[in-house]
Design a protein around this ligand. Structure first.
Ligand code: AMP
Length: 482
């Protein structure tokens, strides 16, 4: 037991964090470890692998960053060129940026180099930064795979590997990239895998990548935080714009995320809000990295109070003080609902989540209610009212959804788009996707088939010039974010 007369360590010191790191953590306001940190830090300091079931917001970044930092500090600055001592893989660019920010905060005063490797921004500066070797590399799997394949990054010296939001990486089709990347790191590496949920594929991944891991679970699967007040407003799709604008006129809605199922839908909602006099930022996978970061920064610092987002922002983004989440429509996957509404009600503050539901979405609503194990109360019903007339001066827009408009893959967990129609067989031969190694540098440059933000055109998969085999990996999902 600790009391004031005894010099027993408490806080992070009691977990084994010392010196400059402890000082920086305390200075950053990290004085009392969160449960995930209390459970995950000591075993990692002992060299154990970790399997953490935890969501963003649980404090998992410091839970994996502090032990890695504490081991890397003291190793000196001598690194082999093009190598990284530790690699943290994250599914989205926003999460990767956020992780780097936290690491920089925690490593303040220590001489630790970090680098980010993300799709959607110039590779040149990334390659330059990792040229002399770095201590901690934070990356999204797509761009990282390219750099390794092209010889700009060597993973053989990587002794710490963290896979963050494993289930999300699975959803986004990164699983084979992740396996290949892990295989290229040092065989005696220490690994931590974090996932908010535990589908079978994640359990399998853990079995393949972790050695005798310590399993830590800090929040029960698919339950929502108690402090979020959830409700439903019944409104036909054509009524939703008006209902949303009326809602947003309430000044109590200080800081609001409006979720849309599709990228096209998010743009349309943002445009309609602007027409109705609301300034809203928008974030989705078709936006450039800079635009996404700016939208997030503007929302975070309060210059805009409304952020319209697709599910890509439903996880990983930690903006404190979001008062309301509005689901403009229901997500395709019921679990996304939990992640969406989890953007509010953070750090013990109250949050409100309102879902607009068209009668065609009733099935999805029932699924949500099944996984959150409660019936959502209906607080307003507009179904008896007529549809509002659109101002004829507003340009009529076709309400169609392009084939690659979803951020998700409709639940496919193998990363291939539905309808690729080859019954799970590889298109151009080769070993099964999960087992293939990094192929040698291909001719030509990847961006030929890639959109500016790193997403591929639907027909943008590359073929190996010469023998008609795919060079590396299976067909890339068209709508991956990084
Ligand atoms: P994470 O789940 O790592 O994204 O962390 C969620 C939020 O909690 C971030 O804003 C962190 O800065 C904050 N946080 C994490 N650990 C602590 C701690 N021990 N004390 C105070 N704040 C923390």
């Amino acid at each position: 037991m600790t009391n004031e007369n005894q010099a027993e360590p408490n806080g992070f010191a009691a977990l084994g964090i010392t010196g400059a790191l402890l000082k920086a953590a305390n200075a950053a306001g990290f004085t009392d470890p969160k449960p995930i940190q209390a459970h995950a830090i000591p075993p990692q300091l002992e060299g154990r692998d970790i399997f953490g079931i935890a969501q963003t917001g649980s404090g998992k970044t410091a839970a994996f960053a502090l032990p890695i930092l504490s081991k890397i500090i003291g190793l000196g600055t001598k690194r082999r060129p093009k190598t990284a001592r530790a690699l943290i893989l994250a599914p989205t660019r926003e999460l990767a940026v956020q992780i780097e920010d936290t690491i920089k905060l925690l490593a303040k005063g220590a001489h630790i180099s970090t680098a980010l490797v993300l799709g959607g921004v110039s590779r040149y500066s990334q390659v330059k930064k990792i040229g002399p070797g770095v201590d901690i590399l934070i990356a999204t799997p797509g761009r990282l795979t390219d750099l390794v394949r092209e010889g700009d990054l060597i993973l053989a010296d990587t002794k710490w590997l963290v896979l963050d939001e494993g289930d999300r990486m699975l959803d986004m089709g990164f699983i084979n990239d992740v396996k290949r990347i892990a295989k290229a790191t040092a065989p005696d590496r220490q690994t931590a895998l974090f996932s908010a949920t535990m589908p079978n594929e994640i359990a399998e991944l853990a079995k393949g990548l972790l050695k005798d891991p310590v399993r830590i679970e800090v929040s029960p699967q698919s339950t929502t935080a108690a402090e979020i007040v959830q409700s439903v407003v019944l409104a036909r799709t054509k009524q939703k714009r008006q209902v949303l604008s009326k809602m947003l006129a309430d000044e109590m809605m200080r800081s609001v995320i409006v979720f849309s199922r599709t990228k096209h839908g998010a743009d349309r909602v943002t445009k309609d809000l602007a027409r109705d006099g609301f300034n809203a930022a928008v974030i989705h996978g078709n936006k450039s990295q800079n635009a996404r970061q700016k939208a997030l920064n503007d929302f975070r610092d309060g210059s805009v109070r409304i952020l319209v987002a697709t599910d890509i922002a439903a996880r990983g983004i930690d903006v404190p003080g979001i008062s309301h989440v509005v689901n403009f429509d229901l997500p395709d996957e019921a679990e996304s609902y939990v992640h969406r509404i989890g953007r509010t009600g953070r750090n013990g503050r109250d949050g409100i989540a309102i879902t607009l539901c068209d009668p065609s979405e009733n099935g999805k609503l029932r699924q949500v209610e099944r996984i959150i194990r409660m019936k959502l109360p209906v607080i307003a019903d507009h179904l008896g009212s007529p549809d509002p007339q659109r101002d004829p001066k507003e340009k009529t827009e076709r309400h169609f959804e392009p084939a690659n408009d979803r951020e998700h893959h409709g639940g496919r967990r193998d990363g291939r788009r539905p309808g690729s129609g080859n019954n799970g067989k590889k298109r151009f031969g080769g070993k099964p996707g999960g087992e293939r190694q990094f192929a040698p540098k291909p001719q030509g440059d990847r961006p030929a088939g890639a959109k500016p933000n790193g997403e591929r055109k639907p027909d943008g998969f590359k073929r190996f010039k010469g023998n008609n085999k795919r060079r590396f990996g299976g067909k890339r999902p068209a709508n991956r974010a990084a």
